[in-house]
Design a binder for this molecule. Structure first.
Ligand code: PHE
Length: 466
């Protein structure tokens, strides 16, 4: 196994891995998608189902991914190739890794475009233009549509974001990814705490908490349950080997279980904090939210503008979203780069530049396809089943097919194809005797594949969300 291991890099320690992986998990999924799907699905009851999905499916699959990575110290394709040697279907299993690398490529191409919008909004907020526009909600709508319709601007901000991503990944695991996340994640957390403190002072705070934490099960549809499950994959960066790749840089003296619990906890905490902030400001003004998918770029600035210090709050807020997105795009590029480094024998520089460039090009094509006219339908980009435009189609494929299918096979492989002796050994390294092993093994063999299978079947049968 060992020939390239030393040149691949490792995290400096436990904190390096946890922050990088939490950085991957916390992203647009937490700050944008989770609040709006929670809003659409009526709050509390949806949140409970989501929490159940995170614990029963998300956490065990995350442990499985990290264990596959750390055991092999390889990218997703190499990991499956090594572990399936001598097993039935050994020619097919690496295909799960290939699907993961393709997913990373596809998701990054459009994720970076949306992330670019936050860069634009930081500029708008700082210059005071956002606050000025937000006085008239229609002005902001018009601006936003025009912005999406301008191919040149879309490509510009996408380029800035991809540039930053490549710039970090090229520096390597410790000097690039770990260093960046060690700065960005604490900053992100501080900004979020400041915003939560701020939202406590708004009149809508109490109502926001009630909405978020008092379940009303009559609000819950079958589609909502499936949506909660699907989102648990996206938000924890599961099903495509991001956690596997980051796990491959983890030292053997750290406990996988402890790290996975911490990452999952942070991801969930941050998603809930984002909801508190957004719902407090929205409830403070009795806002009619018609298009919840664009709350982040149209409703929210309008509300911020009404608050004292609105420009500052919105600048901080978009900075927060940009940081969160950047630590996620890094992980997406790292999956694709690590594949090129391990499997094609490329150097890191060549891998990140070439793969980053190819993804940039692919993303630029979908960026120019964002016509102003189909703005509001194609805007359902992250994780929903809109098929409007190249943009929507890519996201539909990635979130509804690639991630669940990838996660399904990851669970099957670790649960059934892998020898329990091997999985136990890796989970116990740096941990000691693992009391929860049997429970984990049960979840990964039965609960996770069944739940994910249900998502896949529902997509095939075309069960509509909501
Ligand atoms: N987890 C990230 C988010 O919530 C998205 C992501 C998915 C990142 C898959 C990496 C891999 O925004």
């Amino acid at each position: 196994m060992g020939e390239q291991v030393s040149s691949r890099g490792t995290w400096s320690g436990r904190l390096g891995f946890v922050l990088a992986a939490a950085g991957s998990a916390v992203g647009l999924g937490n700050l944008w998608k989770f609040p709006y799907i929670t809003y659409e699905n009526g709050g509390g009851a949806f949140v409970l189902v989501y929490l159940a999905a995170i614990v029963m499916v998300g956490l065990p699959v995350m442990m499985a991914e990290v264990l596959l990575g750390r055991r092999t110290q390889r990218n997703p394709v190499g990991a499956f190739r090594i572990l399936s040697q001598g097993k039935r279907g050994h020619r097919l299993w690496p295909g799960v890794g290939v699907l993961g690398v393709i997913s990373g490529f596809v998701i990054l191409s459009y994720y970076s475009v949306v992330a670019g919008w936050t860069v634009r909004y930081i500029g708008l907020a700082i210059s005071g233009r956002l606050e000025a526009m937000a006085v008239h909600p229609e002005a902001l709508q018009t601006f936003f549509s025009g912005f999406l319709g301008s191919g040149a601007q879309q490509v510009l901000y996408h380029t800035i974001f991809m540039g930053a991503t490549v710039g970090i990944v090229i520096l390597g695991v410790q000097k690039g990814i770990e260093r960046a996340t060690k700065v960005l994640m604490p900053l992100l957390f501080l900004i979020l705490i400041a915003l939560v403190a701020y939202s406590v002072t708004t009149p809508g705070f109490g109502e926001a908490l009630t909405f978020l934490f008092r379940p009303n099960f009559s609000q819950l549809s079958r589609g909502a349950v499936l949506e909660a499950l699907g989102h648990s994959f996206f938000t924890l960066s599961l099903g495509m080997g991001a956690m596997l790749t980051y796990g491959s840089y983890m030292k053997r003296d750290n406990s996988i279980q402890k790290a996975a619990i911490l990452i999952t906890f942070l991801d969930t905490l941050i998603a809930l904090m984002a909801c508190v902030v957004m719902f407090s400001v929205i409830k403070s003004f009795d806002f009619e939210v018609t298009k919840s998918a664009v709350i982040l770029f149209t409703t929210l600035p309008t509300v911020f503008a009404k608050l004292p210090g609105g420009s500052l709050v919105s600048a901080l807020f978009y900075l927060l979203v940009a940081f969160a997105a950047l630590t996620s795009t890094i992980s997406l590029l790292e999956v694709v780069s690590s594949y090129a480094i391990d499997e094609l024998g490329w150097g890191r520089r060549r891998a990140s530049l070439t793969m980053g460039g190819a993804i940039w090009l692919f993303g630029a094509l979908s960026a120019v396809s964002l016509g102003a006219n189909d703005t509001l339908s194609s805007i359902n980009v992250i994780g929903r089943s809109s098929t409007a435009g190249v943009f929507g189609t890519l996201d539909y494929l990635a979130s509804n097919w690639f991630l669940p299918v990838g996660g399904f096979f990851i669970a099957l492989f670790t649960g059934w194809a892998m020898n329990p002796r091997e999985s136990r050994e890796t989970l116990e390294e740096g941990h000691g005797p693992m009391r929860a092993y049997s429970f984990w093994h049960f979840l990964i063999r039965f609960a996770a594949p069944l739940a994910i299978g249900a998502i896949i079947v529902s997509v095939i049968l075309g069960v509509e969300y909501n």
